[in-house]
Structure formats: structure tokens, C-alpha cells
Design a protein around this ligand. Structure first.
Ligand SMILES: *Cc1c(COP(=O)(O)O)cnc(C)c1O
Length: 482
């Protein structure tokens, strides 16, 4: 099975090479030529780690020893050995993806990526160090830093928008230990940081560097593939609870930014898992809601700061993979649409593609006030505390059910611990906001009795090791100086 760019069917590379490179040479994203035959029922009978190994072996067949790599990535690292527990809440099921070492759903992928990448490096005979470059709107940065800390043969640089992440998220990153890690703030917003990283890749394409550049963003297939597992895991939990019978379809509502998480759900479906509708949830930055509802993607709008910053985004990278799949793998069309996005800032997909998207996806969005209302309501009625991103997913799920009457079981993906965004969560449930974010974290714990994750409650007072801020034009220079 080979991989090629979403923008060109040639050249092809094997799956190890696709993981190693991250981004295809033409700027497109790597996709498999076809989705392999997969025994999805057998997959459902395994543990979370076994599910992960089976799925990853199918999607990345050139990476050997997958069971061992999965064990290295996950054993003893998550709060629960089943990695991603589910909790029935009201009429829905919440899939808790934030039980990893940095309390981000991105831990699921970023514990695994270093294993995949270092193995791929060996398979490809690459001797240089790898330099991971990552732009983060908050959670990716810390999860990537923790995942790659002191991994031999790999270095990592994380850029985050100055003032664009929460205080807790910033503290998580700037206190990161490890000999191979760099963290730097950039004046600008997340899209500036992400564009800056893309520009560095472009500028370095033909340069002889002491390291090979790669990416930990979900543009890397090695970051995306590990996320498929938890859709299977959620399905299995529903089976175990007797909430569904084998073969019943389940809907999933996914708080969405770069479209990686929700795309992993669609890949689960392509592998055979009975996934019904995939609901794409956004905050006030609702470029994806508009796209899924109208077929027109229009990034010409201001980026708003919200209480769910991990979804504050105008250019959603993995949507390119969806366009590829929904066009019947029409690389010329994808290249054309991406060109339009780049030059005009807007594109419209053909009617048949819009119809194909409508079959699989539904979209909803809510603003900060809407998310706060959900947090307060679910806390008051169900005693379940959720974060602002999860609240957007919950709201979209409710809207979907109200609008369509679809009564298939609904899983809402919970992408962050409420303690990642203590101010917004505390405010939503009517708490006192005085003090800084760390005081708010303690107060949230005192008021709700929901235990704060240890990695967050022990952050306060840790020494700051990475305090630089640079202009976005200086990002290339910064990397070359490392
Ligand atoms: C990254 C992130 C998202 C968005 O996930 P994508 O895969 O980029 O769509 C949602 N919520 C939280 C808390 C995140 O960290």
C-alpha cells in the first residue's frame, strides 16, 4: 500500500516515508492509495492497545513491531489502562480523550507519533536528526513536547501565538524539560504561527540542513492514524454496556479545529466501523459550519478569540484530506481548490461533492455564551463537568438531534479536561473568578469536588525555561539558529 499527496497521484511513497516527511513535497497531505481490507469486528474484541496496534498496522504497514510501539507509547502513561474511557451523561455518551499525561486529547496521538517516527527513521535509513516543527493553538504544543522529550535522534520546536493560549497552557509549555525541546511565542494569532511553520517547510525544501524537518501537526498521517482507535473503543464500550448491538450505527459529535479528530472518525468508518453521522462542532469561528452547510469555504473573516481556543482557526488543514476523499480521490480538483484558497481565500466545491459530504457530515456551532450555558446545564442536571470545547460538541449534538430527530446513539468527544480552561468553566457554573488561573483551578476543584489532573495541579511554581517571543517573519531564522 502506497501513499501519495492529496494534490498529485505521483510520486508514491511507502507509509514509513509518509510519516517521516509529514507533508508531501507539493504541499499536499499524504493519503493512502486505498483503504485496506480490515477485520473491524475482530478489532473490537481487543483491548485499547490491541485495537490501536491492529488499526495502525493496517494503515501504516511498513512500520514493524506495532504492538511493541503501542505498548511503549501508552503503558502506564494514561490515568486508565483503557486509555479513553466513556461516561454516559444524560442522553449522550461522553468519550473522554483527555486522560493522558498532559490532559489533552492530543496525547493519544502524540504519545504514539514519536514511536512511529523513530521507527520510520530506521526503516528509511535516515541518519540525520529529525527536527519536529509545530504550531500550536494550545494543546498540541505541550502534548508534542511531552511526547518527544528526550527521544533520541529527534528535536522539537513549538511555536505558539503570544497571548493566544490560556495561562495554564502557556505554563505547561514554557516549563517543559528536556534537552531536545524549544518553545517560542510568536506575535500574531494561531494562523500566523501555522502559516509561518508551513513557510519554513517551503523555504527549507532544497536546503542542506543539519536535520530533517518533520511535523507533529495532524497534517502528518502518523499523527492522524493513532486517533482512529478511540472510535472503535467507544463503540466497544457501547456494546459492553448493552446500549447497542453489533452492527448498529453510532453518531459522533466532534469539537473540531484542524479537522484531524473528526477525519479519524471517517477513517474508522471507511475501515468498517458502523459510524452514522459525524457532527462537526465549531465555536464562533464557524468557517467549517458554513462550509459543511453551503459547500463554500471562505476564510476571509476575522479570527475571533473564544473560550475554546483550540478551535480558533480559519484554515483547517485536514479538510484537504476530506476534499480528496469526497471528490473520489481527484487530486487535480483538490490542487485547484487549495490554489483558490491560497490566492482568493475562498472556494466552492462541486455539487456532487457537496452531496457526498451531506451524506456523512453535519455541522453546528456555538458562541462562548452558548458553551457556558451547556457547561452550567450539564453540571446542574447531570453532575458532569465538561470543558468549553466539549460543550461545543454537546451543543452541536443537541441541535442535530432536535433538527433531524435522528435517535441513533450519540457519542460526544471530550477533547480537554475542564481544568485546562478553569476561568471559563468556573464562570459558567457561577464561581468566583478572582485570582489567576491557578487560583481558579483550585477553586474549581473545591467547588465541584471533581479532582484536577495531577499534571496541572503541580504546574504552579515550576520554573519557566522558555520565555522568548519573536515576530512571525523571524521564525525561519530562529529555527536555523538552533
Ligand atoms: C486540537 C483540539 C481540538 C481540535 O481537534 P482537530 O483535530 O484539530 O479538529 C478540539 N479541542 C481541543 C481541546 C483540542 O486541543
Amino acid at each position: 500500500m502506497f501513499y501519495h499527496s492529496t494534490r498529485n497521484a505521483e510520486p508514491v511513497v511507502d507509509s514509513a516515508r509518509a510519516v517521516l516527511e509529514g507533508l508531501a513535497p507539493d504541499g499536499g497531505l499524504y493519503m493512502p492509495e486505498f483503504i485496506p481490507e480490515f477485520d473491524w469486528k475482530a478489532c473490537l474484541s481487543g483491548s485499547a492497545q490491541e485495537m490501536s496496534a491492529m488499526i495502525l498496522s493496517a494503515l501504516l504497514p511498513d512500520i514493524p513491531n506495532m504492538r511493541q510501539l503501542v505498548a511503549n507509547a501508552y503503558t502506564g502513561k494514561f490515568e486508565t489502562e483503557d486509555l479513553t474511557p466513556t461516561v454516559p451523561v444524560g442522553g449522550f455518551t461522553v468519550l473522554e480523550l483527555f486522560r493522558g499525561p498532559t490532559s489533552a486529547f492530543k496525547d493519544v496521538a502524540l504519545r504514539m507519533l514519536p514511536q512511529l517516527l523513530t521507527t520510520a527513521k530506521g526503516v528509511c535509513g535516515m541518519e540525520k536528526d529529525i527536527m519536529i516543527l509545530t504550531a500550536t493553538s494550545g494543546d498540541t504544543g505541550k502534548a508534542a513536547l511531552a511526547g518527544f522529550q528526550d527521544v533520541p535522534g529527534v528535536r522539537i520546536t513549538v511555536f505558539y501565538p503570544d497571548g493566544g493560549v490560556s495561562k495554564v497552557q502557556r505554563a505547561q509549555m514554557v516549563t517543559q524539560e528536556g534537552e531536545n525541546v524549544n518553545v517560542c511565542a510568536v506575535y500574531g494569532n494561531f494562523d500566523d504561527a501555522q502559516t509561518g511553520v508551513k513557510n519554513i517547510f517551503a523555504a527549507c525544501r532544497d536546503k542542506e540542513l543539519p536535520f530533517m524537518l518533520s511535523s507533529a501537526n495532524s497534517i502528518n498521517i502518523g499523527r492522524l492514524a493513532p486517533q482512529v482507535m478511540y472510535y472503535f473503543k467507544a463503540y466497544r464500550d457501547l456494546l459492553d454496556r448493552g446500549a447497542i448491538s453489533m452492527g448498529d450505527e453510532v453518531n459522533f459529535s466532534v469539537p473540531t479545529g484542524n479537522f484531524g479528530d473528526i477525519l479519524a472518525g471517517y477513517i474508522a468508518k471507511l475501515l468498517g466501523l458502523p459510524v452514522g453521522m459525524l457532527i462537526c462542532a465549531s465555536n464562533a469561528n464557524n468557517v467549517l459550519t458554513d462550509f459543511i452547510r453551503t459547500g463554500t469555504y471562505d476564510k476571509r473573516r476575522p479570527l475571533l478569540k473564544t473560550t475554546s481556543p483550540s478551535m480558533d482557526i480559519l484554515v483547517s488543514s485536514n479538510l484537504e484530506r476530506l476534499l480528496y476523499l469526497m471528490s473520489g480521490c481527484d487530486t487535480a480538483l483538490v490542487a485547484d481548490l487549495m490554489g483558490k484558497l491560497n490566492t482568493a481565500g475562498v472556494y466552492t466545491v462541486p455539487a456532487n461533492m457537496k452531496a457526498a459530504i451531506d451524506q456523512q457530515f453535519w455541522a453546528g456551532c456555538c458562541d462562548d455564551a452558548g458553551a457556558a450555558k451547556v457547561i452550567a446545564g450539564v453540571w446542574a442536571e447531570q453532575g458532569y463537568l465538561m470543558d468549553t470545547h466539549t460543550a461545543a460538541g454537546w451543543m452541536a449534538a443537541e441541535e442535530y438531534v432536535a433538527e433531524t430527530g435522528d435517535r441513533r446513539p450519540m457519542v460526544v468527544l471530550s477533547t480537554a479536561s475542564p481544568y485546562k480552561f478553569p476561568a471559563a468553566v468556573l464562570e459558567a457554573i457561577g464561581g468566583d473568578l478572582s485570582g489567576d488561573e491557578f487560583d481558579q483551578m483550585e477553586r474549581l476543584e473545591a467547588v465541584t469536588k471533581v479532582p484536577a489532573p495531577q499534571n496541572l495541579s503541580t504546574l504552579k511554581g515550576k520554573p519557566e525555561r522558555h520565555t522568548g517571543v519573536i515576530d512571525k517573519e523571524k521564525m525561519l531564522e530562529y529555527v536555523l539558529s538552533l
